[in-house]
Design a protein around this ligand. Structure first.
Ligand code: Q9C
Ligand code: ZN
Length: 670
């Protein structure tokens, strides 16, 4: 199983800079790399990564995405005089050349390809490349926006050619539109390109009509270019997470990538002089975490922009620490996206409804794309804005033991836990071996006492997460919820998969929130803290399940911000969920509560589900669901009903602006 996080960096890429006065280019400085790398070292993160040497990209590599003429032109730049460099630079937009930039640009591409090679050959699971110059604005025959060669475009084509990768997802979370990436892949259905970007109705650089939400790709690539333009500045963590829950992730799961490349620009973070957004560095822990269950964990993050050195360094650390598997910080204050963000989300969903099953039910109203500006917004934009201030993200506590289990005796499991009989599959045995021996209560009755001990260890952060096999899940749930609340945990999120009434008191003090996924109608308590979702047991359950998780479970869970997640798989729970879906859910929910998850499984759940749970809690690879097909309209309706019922309380559930007449306000016709 691939493990480890690669870090590709070479100081040589700091050895070029702007040699003349140019206010647009002066922010792209060598210190961007040095502060990022120094922060990784200071936090002990660089030392935990697998260092990979850079290499120079070959002509052949570069020609995957660029013309020969352009490459030959760039090749002349090391020999030009200062004056000639300035003249050469003038044929392109918002970029500068330097005698050493061609060398650095070859290293930036080569660093990216080294990372892709090591991930694709499973030498590491994932990794990050700290590179300069960035790449996503660079086009076939053009330098642009500080970019010389398109690192991520070349890496995509290289992965497809060299490693036979079929589907690549590019997530461009830089605050500028990576038009170079869009142009490279807009006719290509094997590459899904997602970009959010500051747009302001085309008034923000690069001021392209092509960046709007209705540019969805061309010819066979229609539907595989997803643009989410931000028409205001000041977007925050709620806006970014909404974009992931309601735009990127549904499409990404449906697409089922074999590799995820992140155009990781951190000019989308607070304090950045280009982006003017308000998302804090810790949001990148969550964005990263949410992408890690895709593509069997094969994720490469490649640096693009990021011009506030403080914000940049903190954001890079959050990203790398998450790739390393440390628990994400608790996501606080997520009350929901702003109206402008919701308008954008609504528009892009509508523009893509003919291409993706996950959006089929959205109201087809297309809000006119464009440049039309309302006067009011223009004035607002010009208003004085306050200097951004934010706290440095606190250290992320990582308990000494990752996973502990309470396993009862009985025919199947106890022997396996003792590891001598080998009656468990190799995977399960190996997984159990990595657990805390103290948490493995071998040959003992699974008394509630052992479960309570485990709860204490999780709550006091001696153990990060755990699982318990219990004789009766509903009664164990009932006891454990009380125990957790008594232990001083502020809030518990219970995600209950299975039939019947969940025996948990849901009072309006807001300390317990119950999300139930089942196959039969359950009694519906009219509470904002009880969310029942009934999915039919159909062949298309895989689509419906992940749809419910992305559109309902995660938004409510992130808004609720529990101190502990209880994941219960009751009897019959297996009817709702296959082992891959369960593993996805378990992996995704670990973004909450600093990864403090306790899974309760019915004793007689199969070995397969046990193995999957242990593996997921230990941070193992999450199996992919495969490309998802159509969604059952009745199941969509069920999810929509709950979303509409609860969206005033849990703002992250919203997918449309209030001012519009679209899906936010009425039930979609199905
Ligand atoms: N203030 C990257 O982030 N200048 N490139 C825009 C508007 C160009 C950004 C001027 C910004 C290029 C990789
Ligand atoms: Zn940028």
């Amino acid at each position: 199983m691939a493990s480890g996080t690669a870090l590709v960096y070479d100081e040589e890429m700091t050895r070029y800079k702007l040699l003349w006065v140019d206010p647009t280019c002066k922010i792209e400085v060598p210190e961007r790399l040095t502060v990022s790398y120094a922060a990784l070292q200071q936090h002990g993160l660089a030392q935990r990564c697998v260092p990979l040497p850079v290499r120079e990209a070959t002509d052949q590599d570069i020609l995957l995405a660029h013309s020969e003429e352009y490459l030959e032109a760039v090749k002349t730049t090391p020999h030009l005089s200062l004056e000639e460099l300035m003249t050469f630079t003038q044929q392109y937009g918002d970029v500068y050349f330097h005698p050493n930039i061609y060398h650095c640009a070859k290293l930036a591409v080569g660093a990216t390809l080294q990372l892709v090679d090591s991930v694709m050959t499973a030498q590491v699971r994932n990794g990050v490349a700290l590179v300069r110059p960035p790449g996503h604005h660079s086009q076939r025959s053009e330098a642009n926006g500080f970019c010389i060669f398109n690192n991520v475009a070349i890496a995509t084509l290289y992965a497809q050619k060299r490693h036979n990768v079929k589907r690549v997802l590019i997530v461009d979370w830089d605050i500028h539109h990576g038009q170079g990436l869009q142009y490279c892949f807009e006719e290509d259905p094997s590459v899904l390109y997602f970009s959010w970007h500051r747009y302001q109705h085309q008034r923000f650089w690069p001021n392209l009509r092509d960046s709007d939400f209705d540019c969805v790709g061309k010819a066979r690539g229609a539907g595989f270019n997803v643009n989410l333009p931000w028409n205001k500045v000041g977007m925050d963590n709620s806006d970014y997470l909404s974009a992931f829950f309601h735009v990127l992730l549904p499409v990404a799961y449906e697409f089922c990538p074999e590799l995820v490349l992140v155009s990781a620009g951190f000019d989308s973070a607070i304090g950045d002089p280009e982006g003017h957004m308000r998302a804090t560095p810790d949001v990148f822990a969550h964005l990263t975490h949410l992408l890690m269950p895709l593509a069997g964990g094969k994720l490469c993050a490649i640096l693009e922009g990021g011009y506030n050195l403080t914000s940049l360094a903190q954001s890079v650390c959050q990203t790398v620490q998450t790739l390393l598997g440390d628990p994400a910080p608790r996501p606080g204050g997520l009350t929901g996206p702003c109206e402008s963000a919701l308008e954008s989300v609504q528009c892009v969903r509508a523009a893509h409804r003919q291409y993706w099953a996950c959006f089929k039910h959205t109201v087809g109203l297309i809000v006119e794309p464009s440049t039309k500006l309302c006067k009011q917004e223009e004035e607002e934009d010009q208003g004085a804005e306050e200097e951004a201030q934010w706290q440095e993200p606190p250290p992320r506590p990582n308990p000494p033991i990752r996973t502990a289990a309470v396993v009862p005796p009985g025919a199947r499991l106890p022997d396996s836990c003792s590891r001598e009989t080998g009656s468990l599959s190799q995977g399960a045995e190996e997984a159990l071996r990595n657990m805390d021996p103290a948490g493995l209560v071998e040959g003992l009755l699974p008394s509630l006492g052992n479960v309570f001990t485990l709860v204490d260890k999780i709550v006091t952060k001696k153990v990060r997460n755990g699982l318990a096999l219990v004789p009766d899940v509903p009664s164990a749930v009932s006891c454990v919820v009380q125990k957790v609340l008594a232990s001083g945990t502020d809030r518990v999120l219970l995600v209950f998969l299975g039939e019947g009434e969940v025996p948990v008191e849901v009072s309006d003090d807001g300390r317990v929130l119950v999300l139930q996924i089942c196959t039969r109608e359950v009694e519906k308590r009219k509470s904002q803290y009880h969310v029942p979702v009934c999915l039919e047991k159909t062949g298309r359950i895989a689509s419906a399940f992940i749809h419910a998780v992305l559109s309902l479970v995660l938004p409510v869970g992130y808004g609720f911000n529990p101190g502990l997640v209880l994941l219960a798989l009751g009897g019959g729970g297996g009817g709702v969920v296959g082992v891959e879906q369960w593993a996805q859910l378990t992996a995704l929910l670990q973004g909450l509560a600093q990864g403090q998850t306790l899974a309760l499984l019915q004793q007689e759940s199969g070995e397969e589900i046990l193995t999957a749970t242990v593996s997921s809690l230990l941070g193992g690879l999450t199996p992919s669901l495969g490309p998802l097909g159509a969604l059952d309209p009745l199941e969509v309706q069920e999810v929509e009903t709950q979303r509409h019922r609860l969206q005033d309380k849990w703002g992250l559930l919203r997918t449309a602006a209030r001012s519009s007449s679209a899906e936010g306000q009425r039930q979609p016709p199905i």
